[in-house]
Design a protein around this ligand. Sequence first.
Ligand SMILES: [Zn+2]
Length: 110
Amino acid sequence: MSKTESPYTNKYYLHFEKGMYLCSHCKTPLFSSKSKYDSGCGWPTFYKEAAEDTLTLFEDHSEGKVRTAIACKSCNSPLGHVFNDGPQPTGLRFCVNSYALHFENEEGKD
Ligand SMILES: [Zn+2]
């Protein structure tokens, strides 16, 4: 039941403020703006997760392809996919739907 939003026009694709991207459902911090980069694919992309053990990875056979899907470990919300063509040091590309994320600005915290 996971859907993919339109590329390039989604909320966080070209969003490069400093802060944390939380799960839009349970507000678990998932990705830091420090690991966000523009991969050109049209969705927010990160080369690493904010903390260990926050994501669930599983095989996705939708759309006639085999991909690795990612979901929030706390609430099971589907987030997007992870690919092996990201930049160093991880070599990973976490491609995440904007609607699955909620951004929290660093300056808003205190
Ligand atoms: Zn969650």
